[in-house]
Design a protein around this ligand. Sequence first.
Ligand code: FE2
Length: 419
Amino acid sequence: MILRNARLAGSQTLTDLGIQDGRIVEVGPADTAAETLDLGGRLVTPPLVEPHIHLDAVLTVGQPRPNVSGSLFEGIAVWAERVADLSYADVQARVRQVLRWQLACGVQHVRSHVDVSDPQLRALRALIDLREEARGLIDLQLVAFPQVGMLTFATGRDLMRQAVELGADVVGGIPHYELTREDGVESVKFAMALAEEHGLAVDIHCDETDDDQSRFIEVMTAETIRRGMSGRVTASHTTAMHSYNGAYAYRLISNIARAGLHMVTNPLDNAVLQGRFDTGPIRRGHTRIKELQAAGVNVCIGHDSVMDPWYPLGYGDPLQAAFVLVHLGQMSGDAELRRLIEMITVNPAAALGLPDYGLRPGGPADLVVFDAPSEADALRLVAPRTLVLRGGKVLARSTPVQHTVVWGGVEEPVTFVRS
Ligand code: FE2
């Protein structure tokens, strides 16, 4: 197969890509193949990577009751009621639907947090089996996530250990939700020790609050340095960093860079859940993305929720989350628009430790074609993915909608791309 006139992300020139035995090979203008496709200058990226979603909660919006206020805390209360009704089949049915949505958007790798506060670990068991079913289509990493804290009830830490023994890939945490600051510190140390003992990665919901006194990220940073776990640790949300004073944030960010932490920001949920206690001006509630990036820290975009008690909208498209971050993160600069595409592709691929990722001769023929000529246009249009390949095989495709207008009595086609 030959794909002609691809506009690879980060490049201004057009490239031809050959695909042979599932991998990318170099081709020249005279080469032929059984199938040749002219991409017409469309943007091509490696697969989208979702570093932070809660698959166990997807599609539960309104169950058993709506989140009337829309707040984080009412969401946690509604979810606690819904967990009582969870079943293996219920989780699998909802997740199978959303995995298809993600695949249609070009996502091929997903890290999902899974609530392990349930003594029977029903959601985790359902997702471990789905992980096998979906392998090779959309690969899952599962995080043992203690939604209501791990020291807030007697068996919390036992459930974390059980989740790891059952097959969780990553150890999670939620220190800002523990009963005391000291418990929060202990929960981070427990998660890091458990991960180190089992050779796993760590991904902690850290400081997801507007409270400028919530500083568990510094504990994660110190533990990562002391245990030599650089590259295996991710801090998600860290919205409180937005409110830290400048002197503290400066020292913290340089230590985060030294520790080699990966950071995940979740623009959709953060936008609607943070700043709820402000009466005006209302803080945006996003972490310090630009300062982290300027210090060389790997920052990724997560979707977080799809139609659940915390966020009622979404269909699992990382590009939609990136579009929102253009505005709330004020990332509308020319280079920043390109960086946003990296934040849903190569950056989360590094955070997830994907071993064979990226478009290069000899690399896997895993790629996504956008119906847009550039990163900026892909974001502007939240452009459809026209073709998704994995190992050179088609996993998803779409036929873009054809719009027409009647102008001066004549019906004519219209596209949203500048001519
Ligand atoms: Fe989350």
